[in-house]
Every structure is written in C-alpha cells, then in structure tokens.
Design a protein around this ligand. Structure first.
Ligand code: C2E
Ligand code: MG
Ligand code: MG
Length: 757
C-alpha cells in the first residue's frame, strides 16, 4: 500500500474513532444527566419532605397549644349553669373562678348576643363591631374559634381571642365565652422545636399579620419584601393561600424558601423559611457532578484517542522505518533508494551517474549449506564493504533482497569511474577471500548520461545493471560486467540462437575446422585441434564464443560435442582409408560431461564405430571446468585406460595450482593464450618478468612430466621465445589459423612434403 493510501486510511480510522468517541461521550453525558436529574429530584423531594415534616411538627405544636387553651377555657364553662344563668351571673362565676384562668390568658369574658362583654375582672364593655365575635351561623359546626391578632387599648401586648359558643336550655345561641391570649405566649412554640439556626418560624393570622416572628417588632404587622423581585409576596398574600412554597426573602433580605400551610383549626398560616442557599447548594452540587462527569468522560475519551494515536503512531513509525531501512544491514530499502535516486536525477540533470548492482556468486548454495545465520553474517559483512565503497564516492546504497545491493554515485567520467571501481573491487575481493566463509562478489555496472535523462528511469538503470551482472563470466578473473546496449542485443541473439540450434544440428549447419599444432624442436606438424563452427542460414557465420557459452548453459553442448567427435572420427577414418597423412586430432570436452560413466560409455560407443587407433585422438578438458577434481581424475584415468591422451585446456585461466597438477594425471598442459597476449608488448616482444615466469612454468611442467603446448602464438618472436624455453608444441595463427577439412589436408600434405624435401 502506498503512503497516501496509508495516510487516508489512518485519517478515516481517526475520524471513525473520534465519532465513536463522541457518541460514547454523548451517551455518557445523557445517562449522567438522567441519573443526576433523578438524584436531584430525589434530593429535592427529600429536601421538601423534610421541610414539610418540620412544618407539620409546628402545626401539631400550634394545634396542641390551641387545644390546650381551648380546654383551659372549657374548664371555666359550667354547662348547666351557663344554660340558664344571666350574663351577670356568668360574669360573677368568672370572677369567682378567676384562679382557674390559664396563665397565658390576659382575660376571660362572656359576650352576650347584644355584644356586651362581661369580663372576669368585673368590667362590662360594649363590644359591638369586634370582628372576632362570631355569630352562631359563623361557628357552623365548629366547637371553637380562634381570632386574628387584636390590638386593644386595654392591653399593652397584642392578643388573640379563643371563643366557644354558649347555648341556653333550648339549645339556642345565647353568647360566647372568650379568652384573650397574649400573642407573646405563642413564642414558646417556636422554641419547642429547634430546626437549626438557618431557619425561622412564622405564624400569620388570616390577614397576614404576624403572631410569631423571630423579630418581635414584626408582631401584628404585615411583611412586604424589599427586593423588587419578591415584593409581590407579602405576608398577607402568603396567608391567603392554603399551602405552598414561596421563593421570597426574609426580614434580613436573605433569599429564602418559605414553606407555608394553613392550620384548619385556627385559620392561621404557619410558615417556615429556609435559606434558598441550601437548595442552590443542591443544584450547584448536581451541576458540579454533571460537569465533573462531562470532564471525566471527555478526558477519558481524549486519553483513549491519545493512546490510540500513540499506539498507531508507534506502529506507523515502525512500519515507516521498515519501509526505509533494511532491518539486517540498516541500509536503505530499494523503495527508498529508488525515490532518492529519482530526486537526484531531477536535481542534477547535467550530471553523469554510475549504478552498481552487486551480489554474491552461488549465494543460494551458501544459504543452503551454511544456514541462514551464516548467510546473514556474510550479507552483513558484504554490506559494510559495499557501504564503505559507496560512501567513499559520496553515493547512496540500498539492499534489495537476499544478496542484492544497489549503489549509485555521481561520476565525472565513465572511464575514471571504472578505473576507481576496479580498484575498489580488487580491495573488496581481497577482503572477502579472508572472511571465515570466503565468497565471490559479482557486479553489474551501468551509466546514466545527461543525454539519456529523463527517458531512463532508476528502474531501467537497475534493470541494465542487473542484466550486465548476469553476463559476468563464470571464471573468477573479471567479477564485473559493464552494460552497453550491445549486451542487450547479445541477449536477444542468445534467445535466437537457442531457437535455431536443434534445426541447425539436423541441417548440418555445424562443421569442424582444424588448427595445426607444431612441434618446436623440428617444426613438424604433430597434431591439430578440432574447432567447431556454425554456418547458420539465418544467423550467418558464428564463432564458438557466440554459441558455446549458451549451449553450456542450456546443455545442448553435450549433443554438439558428440556431433564434432563423430565428424573428427569420420575424418581420421577417411584419411586412413584413403592412405593419406594424418596426425592426432584433439577434441574439446565441455564441462557439462560431468558423469564419467555415461560420457565414457557414449564416447566409446561412437569411437568403436570407426576403425581407428585411440592414439590419433586427444581429449582437451577445460581447467575451469565445473567438474570437481575427482571427476576429472576419473575421466582422465578412463580415457587413459582406453588409450587416449588427455590435455588440460586453457591452463592458467582457472584456479588450479601447480600443486594440484601432481594429482591430476593429464598428459599435456595447454597454456591459455592470455599468457602470451598479456606478456607481449606493442613491439611484439615479451616482457622480461613474464618471460621468466613462463620459463619457470615450462620447467615445472617438465618436472611433472607433462607435455607443454602454448596457444595463441601469433609472432615469430613468441615462437622463438617458446622454442628457447623448450616448450614442446605451439598452436597459433603464426603457423595457421583453424582450417576447413580440405585446407587442413592440404596444409598437412604441404608440411609433410616440405619435410620430405
Ligand atoms: P580452445 O579450445 O582453447 O581453442 C582455441 C581457440 O584459440 C580457438 O578459438 C582458436 O581459433 C583460437 N586461436 C588459436 N590460435 C590463435 C591465435 O594465434 N590467436 C588468437 N587470437 N586465437 C587463436 P575458437 O575456435 O573461437 O574456439 C574458442 C573456444 O571454443 C575453444 O577454445 C573451445 O573452448 C571452444 N570450442 C571450440 N570448438 C569446440 C567444440 O567442438 N566443443 C567444445 N566443447 N568447445 C569448443
Ligand atoms: Mg581447446
Ligand atoms: Mg584453449
């Protein structure tokens, strides 16, 4: 998944997480609010209930107080006597029983239907117009009546009157027996039940005048709140309703909840005021809890989101690191490398770049044989060497997969870059040889020139380097290959060759050329090498260099070898049959014949078809053959058994040491033509150092009792040098190029005739 996709997915995850969070938080909030408002309702109910209970307590106390006073009044009422007695007689009775009067009573008096009052102190007063004196109808069914507060000139304290109706013997209303009770005595009630310092008790009469008030100056007065808001809730308004809770203020201007209730027995209103603050406290607490819940759930959600963010950031950054750095070598990943390289190309359009792809020969084999751990150690070691090389040239490096590394550096000139690179490669090769498990590096190189930008991308470049690397030869002399477009043509040609090879064999497009071998002691032709050629009707003339490596890769070479052997045996046979001259012919044996048993079986089967001596056939086995020493020895021995001689071809191009030669029973050492090519200067002479080296090689070969032959002798001075060095034979253009059958026979005849002369 690319970065953009990953980020948008991350955004989506975050948004969905946030939405879920919001829903959760809203749910928590709604639920909390519900629970809160319910608990507030409960608390409010409890609050109201408790206050109402207080109110009931006071009501009971007042009722008790009044009942008590009524009873006290009744105790003065002698029903039999009162029924018949005159008003004066009743007054007399009252005067006589003055002692029975309750302490709270200011006076007791009888009022007849003419509204004349007969007082227990002996006074007789006209009381018409007194609102408290009820008519018989007004009493109704009630047994007594309690008046509102009364201000009377006879008493310095306000009083109220309790009165009971008096009937005559005919059950006719004849008057009322009244007691004037000092209002102040009611105060006791407020003291009976203490409801905390924050609350106050009020009793108002029907007109709203106070009978009980915490401040005595309010007794007998109506209270009007001062604050505008509460002004309408005067005490007479409160007194006019049966019950309720008024939000108002008290005499000190403090907002209060006034719980009030009318007392049926007396028509008065009892009020208990509680500071409003108590209720506000409740709300405040609830709001506080609500806010706290909101804050806590929001904080919980934010913490959740934060944790989620941190966790995903952690994984994201780990992922990012993994997408940037290879965990084993800590070099960049290929993805990152490609991105950076593309940036370079854009930023430096006029510069030339060199890209190297490196890997290890047969890494798969190392992995399987030594195990992953050792293979990792090798990778790490190799990565450090490559990193050092890249850093030296201020380049960038990455590990692709397994043993594949990419290195890119800016260079001035391709020529100089290759020279520097060769130096670095030599150093790397030397270091890896001394590693605990020696391994062989392989490199593919390509260049990006300004003119090719921007048509060639970094991916194309890697493809080119990779292709170049795939063309590195199996010999270990040159471990790198430089890409050029011809290489690619070569690859196309390889494919073409593969499609044509079978039909070419059937169509006899392959033929054999013979290159003479000359004995230096007498300049005599003592042999020839059979070299295959391909005259393709589609591809034209092809030299072995173009097709043999391909046939070795796809295995077709084993078929071709036997085709050549057949042609050679046929040729020898024909020469012999015709009584013509013939010399031993050597045939090349490809490295693919690695099963001695099978090879010998097929070889002998073919050979026996022709009636020729094995002495006329020599087999050349390549030194850098994939065969191991044991296989090589086995084949050589078997060939010897059958009477053939064996030569080691291209000796010196591979890894074998002279020491090894003591164990390999070859008859001839055929020195690689590079010996002469690399030792000969432009003047055609061999340099001294090389000459000495070649001489010692020849001497050593003689010690080992091996015949010596040098390939690639092109000049007279090379020939003379080899003759002086006592080399046995030479093969090279100086004497003859490879010749077709006819030309070779001619050459043979000519040489022999020459000698005869
Ligand atoms: P080789 O077996 O080492 O053959 C010698 C090569 O050196 C031949 O190249 C020959 O033409 C070349 N040569 C000889 N003298 C000179 C010289 O003075 N100067 C130069 N520059 N070259 C010289 P050719 O024929 O192209 O064969 C190349 C290689 O192909 C052979 O190397 C051999 O390994 C392989 N090859 C050729 N024919 C066969 C074959 O029938 N079977 C197998 N398996 N390999 C073959
Ligand atoms: Mg050869
Ligand atoms: Mg050779």
């Amino acid at each position: 998944m690319d970065l953009k996709k990953r980020i948008s997915q991350k955004k989506a995850e975050f948004i969905s997480m946030f939405s879920v969070g919001l829903i959760i938080i809203s749910l928590v909030f709604v639920l909390t609010s519900k629970v809160m408002s319910r608990s507030l309702r409960d608390a409010e109910e409890r609050y109201t209930q408790r206050r109402e209970e207080t109110l009931d307590g006071y009501t009971y106390a007042i009722r008790f107080y009044l009942e008590n006073h009524k009873t006290s009044l009744m105790s003065l009422y002698d029903e039999n006597m009162f029924r018949t007695a005159t008003s004066s007689e009743i007054q007399k009775w009252l005067v006589q029983n003055k002692d029975l009067v309750h302490d709270d009573f200011y006076t007791v008096f009888y009022v007849d239907t003419n509204k004349t009052g007969f007082f227990s102190n002996g006074n007789i007063l006209g009381l018409s117009g007194r609102r408290y004196l009820l008519s018989p109808e007004e009493f109704g069914s009630s047994t007594y009546f309690v008046s509102d507060i009364i201000e009377t000139p006879f008493c310095e304290n306000p009083v109220f009157v309790v009165e009971i109706p008096i009937f005559d013997k005919d059950r006719k209303f004849k008057g009322t027996l009244c007691a004037a009770i000092i209002v102040d005595t009611l105060k006791k009630i407020a003291d009976i039940i203490k409801i905390g310092s924050n609350s106050s008790v009020y009793v108002m009469d029907r007109t709203g005048k106070f009978l009980i008030h915490p401040k005595s100056e309010y007794i007998g007065k109506i209270f009007v709140p001062k604050t505008e808001k509460y002004k309408s809730i005067t005490s007479n308004v409160t007194a006019s309703s049966d019950s309720g809770i008024d939000e108002t203020e008290n005499e000190n201007g403090i907002p209060v909840d006034l719980f009030h209730k009318k007392i049926d027995e007396c028509g008065w209103t009892l009020g208990v005021a509680f500071p409003k603050e108590q209720r506000t406290k409740l709300y405040r607490q609830q709001n506080l809890t609500k806010a706290l819940t909101l804050v806590i759930s929001t904080a919980a959600l934010l913490t959740l989101l934060l944790i989620e963010e941190l966790v995903s950031r952690y994984f994201y950054s780990r992922h990012m690191i993994e997408s940037i750095y290879d965990p084993l070598t800590m070099l960049w990943t290929r993805e990152r490398f490609e991105r950076k390289a593309s940036d370079f190309f854009k930023k430096m359009p006029n510069d030339c770049f060199m890209l190297i792809e490196a890997d290890i020969r047969g890494f798969k084999f190392i992995n399987q044989n030594y195990g992953e751990e050792k293979a990792d150690e090798i990778i790490l070691f190799y990565s450090k060497l490559l990193d050092k090389m890249t850093k030296k040239h201020h380049g960038i490096i990455a590990r692709g997969y397994a043993d594949h590394f990419y290195s890119l550096m800016k260079v001035d000139k391709a020529k100089h870059a290759i020279r520097d690179f060769k130096e670095s490669v030599e150093k790397i090769c030397a270091e890896v040889k001394s590693f605990q498990i020696p391994f062989f590096p392989k490199f593919g190189i390509t260049f990006l020139r300004p003119s090719e930008k921007p048509l060639v991308t970094i991916k194309d470049l890697i493809g080119q380097a990779s292709f170049a690397k795939s063309t590195v030869k199996d010999n270990l002399l040159v471990p790198f290959s430089i890409y050029n477009s011809r290489l690619l043509d070569k690859s196309n040609q390889e494919h073409l060759i593969e499609t044509k090879m079978e039909s070419a064999l059937l169509g006899s497009e392959f033929y054999v050329m013979y290159q003479p071998k000359i004995r230096l002691s007498d300049d005599k032709i003592v042999g020839a090498e059979a070299l295959v050629r391909w005259e393709s009707k589609d591809l034209g003339s092809l030299t072995p260099d173009t097709f043999i490596p391909i046939f070795e890769k796809n295995g077709f070479i084993t078929k071709l070898d036997f085709y050549v052997y057949e042609r050679v045996f046929e040729f020898i046979h024909m020469q012999l049959a015709e009584g013509k001259n013939i010399v031993p012919i050597s045939v090349n044996m490809s490295r693919n014949h690695n099963k001695p048993e099978k090879f010998m079986h097929d070889f002998m089967k073919l050979f026996r078809k022709f009636d020729i001596s094995p002495k006329l056939v020599q087999v050349e086995i390549l030194e850098r053959s994939v065969m191991d020493n044991n296989t090589l020895c086995e084949i050589t021995d078997r060939l010897h058994e059958e009477g053939f001689t064996v030569a080691m071809d291209d000796f010196g191009s591979g890894e074998s040491s002279l020491n090894m030669l003591t164990k390999i029973p070859v008859d001839v050492l055929k020195f690689d033509r590079d010996f002469l090519r690399l030792s000969t200067g432009s003047n055609g002479n061999l340099d001294k150092k090389s000459a000495g080296f070649i001489k010692s090689l020849i001497n050593m070969s003689k010690e080992l009792e091996k015949e010596t032959i040098f390939e690639g002798v092109e000049t007279e001075s090379q020939r003379d040098f080899l003759r002086d060095a006592e080399c046995d034979q030479v093969q090279g253009f100086f004497y003859s190029k490879p010749l077709d059958e006819l030309a070779f026979v001619e050459f043979l005849e000519k040489k022999t005739a020459k000698r005869r002369k």
